[in-house]
Design a protein around this ligand. Sequence first.
Ligand SMILES: Nc1nc2c(c(=O)[nH]1)N[C@H]1C(S)=C(S)[C@@H](COP(=O)(O)OP(=O)(O)OC[C@H]3O[C@@H](n4cnc5c(=O)[nH]c(N)nc54)[C@H](O)[C@@H]3O)O[C@H]1N2
Ligand SMILES: Nc1nc2c(c(=O)[nH]1)N[C@H]1C(S)=C(S)[C@@H](COP(=O)(O)OP(=O)(O)OC[C@H]3O[C@@H](n4cnc5c(=O)[nH]c(N)nc54)[C@H](O)[C@@H]3O)O[C@H]1N2
Ligand SMILES: [Mo]
Length: 765
Amino acid sequence: MPVATHWGSFVAVVDSGRLVRIEPRNDDPVPSPIGPGMVTAADDNARVLRPAVRKGWLNGLSRANDTARGTDAFVEVSWDDAITLVSEELRRVRAQHGDSAVFGGSYGWASAGAFHNAQSQLHRFLALGGGYTDSRNTYSTAALEVILPHVIGGAPWSYQSRMPMWDEIADNCELVVAFGGLALKNSQINPGGLARHQTRDLQRKCRAAGVRFVNVSPIRSDTAGFLDAEWLPVVPNTDTALMLGIAHTMLVNDWHDEDFLRRCCTGFDRFASYLTGELDGVVKDAGWAAGITGIGREAITGLARRLSTQRSLVMVNYAIQRADHGEQPIWMSVVLAAMAGSMGRPGCGWGAGYATMDATGVAPGRSSVASVPRGPNPVADFIPVARIADTLLHPGRTIDYNGRRLTLPELRLIYWCGGNPFHHHQDLHRLARAWQTPDTVVVHEAWWNTNAKFADIVLPVATSLERDDFAAGFSDPHLTAMPKVREPEGESRTDHQIFAALACRLGYQREFTQDRSEFEWVRHLYEQTRAGLGDEAALPGFDDFWRETTAELPALRGPFPGSFEALRADPRQFPLTTPSGRIEIFSEEIDSFGYDDCAGHPAWFEPVEWLGAEASSRFPLHMISNQPASRLHSQYDNGGHSLASKIRGREPVTIHPQDAAARGIQDGMIVRVHNDRGSCLAGAVLSDDVMPGVIQLSTGAWWDPAQPGLSGSLDRHGNPNSLTADRGCSRLSQGPSAHSALVDAEVYDGPLPDVLAFTPPHLEH
Ligand SMILES: Nc1nc2c(c(=O)[nH]1)N[C@H]1C(S)=C(S)[C@@H](COP(=O)(O)OP(=O)(O)OC[C@H]3O[C@@H](n4cnc5c(=O)[nH]c(N)nc54)[C@H](O)[C@@H]3O)O[C@H]1N2
Ligand SMILES: Nc1nc2c(c(=O)[nH]1)N[C@H]1C(S)=C(S)[C@@H](COP(=O)(O)OP(=O)(O)OC[C@H]3O[C@@H](n4cnc5c(=O)[nH]c(N)nc54)[C@H](O)[C@@H]3O)O[C@H]1N2
Ligand SMILES: [Mo]
């Protein structure tokens, strides 16, 4: 039977109703090892089997208690009681505090599946019930999503269809400069699923066609060995300075594409006076950039020459913008590509997110697939996604966001479904303090992860293996059937079933379910998709699709709105949707916001934490908390593949041999990584793949504070967000800045505590 996940499609081997194995599909050239490891997690000890309510909450003890959440025992209750408690609490909070007191932002990736989309289900349920405070943008790319529409116009994600695809790169490009690299570990993933992983082979094709790659990154292995990439180890968070140094070199040597800058861009002259130092007295030349970035002056001038004389492509990944002033490297990368002369030429120019997800750069998008209607949200309030702890700690405070002033609402009930803030948010100690402030936290989870442990009411949810659905991945032109391959564990129910029961108790069941069963919804969404595509698409009817298990959507053909080819050809006829109709090197609009941390043109702002900061004398290592190779974020950290990667039960941390030697750290030792915000244990891996001064600790190990009620308490397992700072990128995007964190590391020679991350809390019946 087919299985569809964010890490690809697989085949489930089921014997007399029991899931025995999950195997790769024959036609997937690079199947992800995460899939097979899902089997043991399906019924492990960490599964939430029954609805459970935090003891203190159930007893009506003070709910905004300092440390109760995260430390209390839980009492298991019947579904009937759980539905009563949640529906009455929702009613009470709405009546006493208004609908905006319900927080339904609930950021998170949840699972593949068009119908059982956790966020759609939650948002539909809350919107029909009166509304909720939402969150805006993503943890992935908040800075990019806010800055790009100012610079190149279009919807935040429209660049995906406007940048060159791998095939075009192979055919046309000579030089790819990848800021943040092109890590294949990340292209295991595609949101919503995918039929076959193609990025590796497409990268190979580029290499075979003679394309040269430059990996600008603190980590060598951010590009595959077969690319023979030139590695420029850049001091983390200094990409903007590097790009400015390259740009200055182009300018003073007259290597820049004046014609394109004049016809298709606006504001180059203002920016040029910043480059030359006319504006601020600082000349942004190659020598200046070398001093900041750690990359030699010759390498910088060489890169400027090659970018402007060869058919080149400037690529940025997402990690470089999950940082202090994360808008700047994105904006500057567009400017650099515009200067280099390749913007709007086939297979060249600029692009973002290659290899961060498999389908990015593989296909420009896919035909639209029907989704669960969320309905209008009657509450207009929203918060920038990563400002959740600020909101809980400082309701009523006003903050800047993209030219607006937002008043942070007072939240009394948090409803989380399909995400794990106790993995994804920065400075988890601060989040844990913030989490004590609302009256009630409701969480739907399949496992007793940290988010469940910090909730008041935990409702056990069926996993994607335990329900019928179909998958439609981001940009992937395949639909894949997802029949249930095992029964829901314990008393788990699907998110939809839970919301239907709550809607029934609250008097709007019919509006919520539209009188369809779950399977009828799945059929309905598929048939709606088919009808929307018309006869030419020749999609099979639902029954045939369900039997055949896959269907192919028609390919999308360009040119796409806002294409840079069209802009280059005729900017008057094909303007962008920016205020000037051109690429905005200077943005009057951003300038008018008057922000001190995001000017009218891209600029170098020193991050609060980086290797050039004063704080680096106390915390001399820059921590890169990148995406884990062994799982998707925190998902399936309890799965076989992730568990096998641990070192004595801890998350691996990679450190340069020189930095290790200076601290007496040897390969395989347990180390304590620490700063003023917290500390965690991790298992040392020594490698010169990371540059000196940088340590790499992936995200997603289930946070395991030794004393959950004590701020700063040691995390026994190795979640980097016990160390990161909860700081917005800038007043423009307010995005997360996880990659701006300084730490130190030492050998941990105390008695090694057990990791309890996968152990359920104390449960009473
Ligand atoms: N330090 C640091 N932190 C980061 C990042 C970083 O680079 N560094 N990266 C950030 C990024 S890019 C992202 S996208 C976020 C990811 O953050 P999240 O998307 O929140 O992380 P996941 O681990 O995918 O969380 C999904 C949760 O939903 C549950 N789940 C799965 N399917 C379902 C379902 O159908 N229903 C319900 N109710 N639950 C379900 C899973 O068990 C899991 O607990 O993390 C961010 N955090
Ligand atoms: N296996 C796996 N793949 C995933 C995910 C996962 O959890 N697991 N998550 C998915 C998600 S939600 C997202 S948003 C994407 C994220 O995609 P990215 O954000 O691109 O991925 P990361 O792994 O966080 O970072 C990639 C590399 O960027 C480099 N880097 C970090 N900081 C800097 C810097 O300041 N300058 C430069 N030049 N380089 C830097 C690091 O060396 C790091 O290895 O990945 C997706 N793919
Ligand atoms: Mo992400």
